[in-house]
Design a protein around this ligand. Sequence first.
Ligand SMILES: Nc1ncnc2c1ncn2[C@@H]1O[C@H](COP(=O)(O)OP(=O)(O)OP(=O)(O)O)[C@@H](O)[C@H]1O
Length: 417
Amino acid sequence: MSYLDPCDGEPLRAGYPVLSQEKTAGDTMKATRCSTSKPYGVAIDADRGSPGAKGVPVRLDGISKRFRSVVALRPTTLDIAPGLMTALLGPSGCGKTTTLRMLAGLEAPDEGRILIGGKDVTRVPPNRRGLGMVFQSYSLFPHMTIAENVSFGLRMAGMEPQEIASRTAEMLTLVRLPHIEDRYPNQLSGGQQQRVALARALVTNPAVLLLDEPLAALDRHLREEMQFELRRIQTSLQITTVIVTHDQEEALTMSDQVVVMSDGQTVQSGPPAEIYNQPKSRFVAEFLGTANLFDGVEDGQGNVRFAAGAGDGAVLARAEGTGRRELTVAIRPEKMWLCGQEAPASPATVGSDVGLSGRVTGHVFRGNNHVFQVAVAGREMPLVIYQQASNLDGPGFAQGDAVTVGWNPKNAVVLKD
Ligand SMILES: Nc1ncnc2c1ncn2[C@@H]1O[C@H](COP(=O)(O)OP(=O)(O)OP(=O)(O)O)[C@@H](O)[C@H]1O
């Protein structure tokens, strides 16, 4: 027996433990109907080798999606590395969730193919793609115990009760929640419920784990704790994982690969440190953290100098053969230094560094560091500079102080677009 998903009308079969946040109201009904249905095997059509094989690759091959006049995703090709955690990161409405839903089979792409473990699953229903999913809302069945929630997919698959019990206990141990099998979801904290949701998603040994803003409902402290937990579990299982988030810190700290999206397309992808330290565009530089941007001109000798009008043509950054004369340069606030002396004429060279004279216009203390705003001549926006709190006896500078701001040109990034 199959039942209709109230969201998209597509028949879903038992054994499919995927629930979306929009569907919470229907959970009870679905669970009840599922529990009376004929058991199916743990249905995984995607070729992931033998059961328990780790890390299948995922490929989105030229997929796109429109909702009437809204382009949710422009034609996109993306390789998701096997066994690693990949974050889809971007502002609201950039197409992250639509991409994840197409991967899950909850939306059909208008064009292109989706390959899991090398097999084309574009037309394979969600329950046969070998996926586990966790959403922002815990989506646990409120009338079922924790053990019943976790074992849901296994019971639907017709597994032997003894095996179900041992696999359920194994999963609850994995998420560090042993001995709570008999409790109900409303007897658990938000963080605990999300661990149970993760155990339920992993119990069928899926080939790929999809996480849609899984920590967004948790408070900051719990969120940080769960970031470590998710990371520990993902690396121990080496399961190919895709996480959707709009939280840049979460993407940088949790994933092996970050895919930055904007306006229905991917704009840069790579390891977190590369994305942060070598942003290609102004958008990426500003979306991931804070960046001080300068206009520069390349002098043809491997240097980018301050653009005319903004300074005396001093060296701002190093750049070999960009092929362009006018460039934008980004410098991260933590790559800049501050000192209290009056600088010489601005801009100037301080040793091998750039030095600009300015005046402190703002300061906030953030516990582990101080954030200063410094106004410099020829710039509308103040510069933002981070200084480690441990380096200073108090903030060191007060509003109105004359200061020198400096950086090593090697730490300045020339943006490509
Ligand atoms: N079912 C739908 N019907 C119509 N438009 C949709 C639908 N789903 C998404 N969209 C639109 O497609 C675009 C991309 O939406 P999507 O949910 O993928 O973005 P997102 O990056 O996940 O945003 P958020 O972080 O806010 O969830 C948006 O303009 C959104 O309004």
